[in-house]
Design a protein around this ligand. Sequence first.
Ligand code: TTP
Length: 600
Amino acid sequence: MNVDHRVIALIDMDCFYVQVEQRLQPEFLGKPCGVAQYYTWKGGGLIAVNYEARDFGVKRGMRGEQAKELCPDFHVFHVQELNGKANLTRYRDASADVFRVLNADFKLVEKASIDEAYIDLTDDVQKLKENKPNLTIDDFPSTHLASCTTKNEDERVEAIKSWLKNGQSDDENRNLDLVLGAYLVERIRKKIKEETGFFCSAGIARNKVLAKLCCGFNKPRKQTILSTSDIDCVFDKTPVQKIQGLGGKAGERVTELFQVDYIGQLRKYSLDGLQTSLGDKDGCWLYNLIRGIETTPVNSRNLYKSISASKNFPGKTSLDTNEKVRTWCHNLAEEVFNRLEKDRAENKRRAKLLTVTCTTTTNETIARSCPLNEYSIDRFANDAYRILKQFNKSASGSNVYSPAIINLGIGAGKFLDSVNTKSIADLFSRQTSKMEPTGNTLNMQESEQADEESDDDAETITQKPSVTTSSQMKGDFFRKFQQNEERLKTPFKPEPKPSSSVASFFSRYSTNENSAHSSPDKSDDRYITCSKCNKSILAWDMPEHEDFHFARELQMEENKNSYQTLVVPKPTKPIKRKNETQPSNNNQTLDAFINKKPKN
Ligand code: TTP
C-alpha cells in the first residue's frame, strides 16, 4: 500500500482527568474544575484543568489556591492516594473504557498515551466508499479545516460546505478520503460520548505527525482536517517545536542551525542541505516531513510495554536508611504486583524483566534490571532491595543508606510473547512453582508499543507519557536530543539501556557460571547437568544459573531488536507529491460522490 494514501486520525480526550472526576461527581459538570496531585502546599499542583477554568486563565502547573484566586468557583479534585503515593487506577480504567469503544469499531488502533489513540482509517474509508454514503453538512457537526480559522458556527458551516464542494476541483481528488475519514471520526467520537460520557477532539490527516498537529487546532470537542493541499500554508505558521519529534531541544537545535522559526521555512533547504547538517536519516525524515510525507505506521497495539511505579522523596523525605529503602521497595513492589496481576488477567501476558531505577541526592541516576521469574511482592521487593544495596556507600553494618534516594522506581517489562519465547516460558514453568503453566491456555502477546503505564508521581510528569512514533524514522541527530530530554523530563523512569543492564547482570552470572563448573564432581549428586549448556551446576546454584541463560536470551533478543532499529532503510528518493500515482477509483468527483443517492 502506498502510505501517502493513508487516512490517519488522532483521538485525544479533552481535559481527561477532570472528565474522569466529573463522571464520578456529575454535580461538577459544566463548572470550572481541575485535578491536583496531593493535598500539599497551596492546594496541590494542578495536573489537569478543564476548559471552563482555562477561560479564567487557570493553567496546568498552577497551585489549587492560585486557581481559586483567578476563579473563585474553581473546584479542585485530588488524585487518590495509596501507600502514600498517587493512585491513577481510576484514570487508567476510564482510558480502558475509551479503548474498548475504539477497538470495537476499528482494527488498527494504537494507544499513544493514557488519553490518546491513533487510528489508521484507510481500509475503513475504502469500505465506506463502496457503500457510497449520502453525506451532507449535517454529518460534520464539529469538523474544522486546519487551513481556515472561523469565528462562528455560520462561518464554519460555510467553510466546510465549500470545502466539500471544492473537493471536486482538487486536482488529484485526494480529499475525498479525508472527508470520509472525518465522517468516521465524527461517528466514533459520538459513540465514545454515548458509551463513556467523555468528550474528545481529533485530527484527521495523511500521517500521524499531521494528525497529531491538527488535533490541537480546535480543542475541545472538535475535530480538524489537514488536507495535503493545505500543508504548506499550515506549516508556514507552525513553529518548528510544535511538530511531534521536534519539541524541546531537537527543535531548538533545528531553529538555531537553520535560523528558522516556522517549519515551512525549511522548505527552501535541499535534501543535501538538511542531510549535511542533520545526518542522512534525520535530514531525509525532515525533508519529507515538510512535504507532508511521514511513513510511521499505526501499530495496532494498545497494551503498555511496561508497567512501573515510582515516587519522589524530596528534601527531608529522602530515603536515607536501609529500612526506608526496604519499606518503599515493598510499597512500590506491591503496586507493580497488583497492576501486573490485573494486566495478566486482562491481557494474558506476563512480564519477564524487573527494572529498578533511582536517583540519589548526588544526582546520580541508577537503572538496573534482572529477570522477573515470578509474580510475588516479596520477590520484587527483595530483588529491588538487593540491587539497591550494591549502591549503598555507607559503612557495612550501618543502617544509613548513602547517598540518600530522592526518587525510586520499580518497573516490569519485556512481556512474554507466546510465539517467540517458548523456551523462556519453559524456563518459568520449570523454575517457579508459583507460576501458572504457560501453555496453550495463555495467549501471550508482547506489546511492541513504546508506551509505559506508569504510576509515577503525576507532579513529576512534565509531559504525559506519549509515543514519539516519528522517532522510528529518525537517526542519531534527533534521537540524541530526544533521549536527553526524556532523561530531563522523566528523571524517575529513565529508559535503562536494556542490553547494558542485562549485560551487567549477565556478567555477574557469568562469573557464577565459571566457578560453578570449575571442578564439578559428576558423580556428586549435588550437581545437576544444565540442559541448555550441558555444564554441571550445583543444585542450589541452578536457579541463578538459569537466570544467567535467561539474561543471555534477553540480551540476544535486545541485540536483535537494536539491530532491527538500526537498519531501518533510508528512502532512496524522497517522495514527491506531484509525482504520486492515483488509485484508479479516485477519479470520481467529490460532489458526485456526496450527492449520489444510495441504491434502492
Ligand atoms: P493531556 O492530554 O496533555 O491534557 P488534558 O487531557 O488534561 O487536556 P487537553 O484537553 O488539553 O488534552 O493529558 C492527559 C491527562 O494526563 C491529563 O488530564 C492529566 C495527565 N497529565 C499528568 O498527570 N501530568 C502532565 O504533566 C500532563 C501533561 C498530563
